[in-house]
Design a protein around this ligand. Structure first.
Ligand code: NAP
Length: 454
């Protein structure tokens, strides 16, 4: 068993790594368990200093780290640089706030003294996806490490160089041995890792299928679990919206990360009064995007991460058109090496078709026409997912209604859905459960311990 790092822009094999064998996995589990007992007892300020050092390492190495990401999953190089900078931000954010977030809280109760403490759980296993190979890992690792946990990373099979580079960043930041390690193992090994008594909890960011496996395994082992799964975010546009801004943001929100973001806007639900105008402007902008080499600064959309992702997406488009969706633009792979797919828009696919029901993980937009606000909200919620949602309107009352009624972990009004260290991030329905980021994310992996002195 080995893990290949393949350049999605060319199809070339860049590196190959042997999987860790049983003995190596055992050595790393033992090192994690040993590190957990000492790291968790160090002062928060010391852990915070190590995170600040990790932020410095990230910034110092951002060119090289970004090139690794682009070279193995195809994101635009400038987006990869921004991703490394965001990882430094999240490290600094928790370095700065960890002491306050974890400070024991005094409680007035029937005893002379009572308080709530926030103690680490121990070893947290992180099963992570390839689409934001650094950010997904750091947004788990920064709060978890600051809280005194240690991390074991099982990264997606197609990003082994990113996985090893992240392990190096933490080692160079001076984290004690065993505090953050990468396991080069296939997903079939995850259930046994979750069941291992030395692992206290698990977090997964990935697909619904992986969520069922990991959530099931955590349930069987009775261990804490956070699931960040897929999404099919609605992007609602009402007549009072600034249409020009809405269209520009819509195209960016659908094609960011080459269309492979869980919180990419995927379904554009447009009020019939402005539908035709929106469709025309959206298609024109989508068609003008420059598709190509992710290292070229002129490129706006790069390749998909793997040939399988491209084939799956092409199949979803074909089935949506066969079911009655109208192809507005695109709909083909590009005739060149690498996993390139044309930016695509499908209008009014019927309920039950992939473009209506499923997550499309690539630069393919679904356009739906709404009769009025009620219908727009109904369409927005007509999905098994509930990750993010955006609404564009100039009317505060419409926005405040949508804020309550949209079924999602976050609602953005006149702005693109984004993750931010200061705001809790996560989903409802089949997008998963639990939160990352902000204080809420840090508290997912702590023992909220009541202490009473009689
Ligand atoms: P994926 O196939 O589910 O893989 C994610 C991780 O889970 C990988 O490390 C994968 O390992 C592992 N995995 C897959 N099947 C597993 C199983 N049965 N048991 C244990 N581990 C398993 O997802 P992906 O294709 O990499 O990522 C895309 C998906 O992630 C999309 O649905 C996207 O929306 C979602 N996502 C969600 C968020 C969020 O915050 N909610 C953020 C980003 C992405 P292998 O690579 O070895 O199979």
């Amino acid at each position: 068993m080995s893990f290949a790092s393949i350049d999605p822009g060319t199809g070339e094999l860049v590196a190959r790594f042997a999987a860790h064998d049983d003995a190596e996995v055992e050595r790393r589990l033992a090192a994690a368990a040993a590190a957990a007992s000492s790291w968790g007892r160090r002062p928060v300020a010391e852990r915070a200093r190590r995170l600040a050092a990790a932020a410095e390492r990230l910034e110092a190495g951002k060119g090289e780290l970004a090139a690794i990401m682009t070279g193995e999953m195809g994101k635009l190089l400038r987006a990869a640089v921004a991703e490394v900078e965001k990882c430094a931000w999240v490290c600094r954010y928790y370095a700065e706030h960890a002491e306050r977030f974890l400070a024991p809280e005094a409680v007035a109760a029937d005893w002379p003294e009572a308080r709530v403490r926030f103690d680490p759980l121990g070893v947290v296993l992180a099963v992570m996806p390839w689409n934001f190979p650094f950010w997904q890992v750091f947004r788990f690792a920064a709060p978890a490490l600051a809280a005194g946990n240690v991390g074991l990373l099982k990264h997606a099979s197609n990003v082994p160089r990113s996985a090893l580079a992240i392990e190096r960043v933490f080692a160079e930041a001076g984290l004690p041995a065993g505090c953050f390690q990468t396991l080069l193992v296939e997903s079939a090994r995850v259930e046994a890792l979750i069941a291992d008594p030395r692992v206290a909890a698990v977090t997964l960011t990935g697909s619904e299928g992986a969520g069922r496996s990991v959530g099931g395994a955590a349930g069987r082992a009775i261990k804490k679990c956070v699931l960040e799964l897929g999404g099919s975010d609605p992007f609602v546009v009402l007549p009072s919206a600034d249409l020009e801004r809405a269209v520009a943001t819509a195209v960016e929100a659908r094609t960011i990360n080459n269309g492979q973001s869980c919180i990419a806007a995927k379904r554009f639900i447009v009020h019939r009064q402005v539908y035709e105008e929106f469709e025309r402007a959206f298609v024109a902008r989508l068609g003008a995007l420059v598709v190509g080499d992710p290292r070229d600064p002129a490129t706006e959309v790069g390749p998909l991460a793997t040939p399988t992702i491209l084939e799956d997406l092409a199949g979803q488009v074909e089935r949506s058109l066969a079911a009655g969706g109208r192809l507005l633009i695109g709909g083909r792979r590009l005739d060149r090496p690498g996993n390139f797919y044309e930016p695509t828009a499908i209008a009014e696919p019927p309920p039950g078709s992939p473009a209506f029901e499923e997550e499309l993980f690539g630069p393919v937009a679904t356009l739906l026409r709404a009769r009025d606000l009620d219908h727009a909200i109904e369409l927005a919620n007509a999905t098994p997912f509930g990750l993010g949602a955006a609404i564009w309107t100039g009317d505060r009352r419409e926005a405040e209604r949508a804020e309550v009624e949209l079924e999602a972990g976050s609602v953005f009004v006149n702005a693109m859905v984004a993750s931010d260290p200061r705001l809790p991030f996560g989903g409802i329905k089949r997008s998963g459960f639990g939160r990352e980021l902000a204080r809420a994310g840090m508290l997912e992996f702590v023992n909220v311990k009541s202490v009473v002195y009689g």
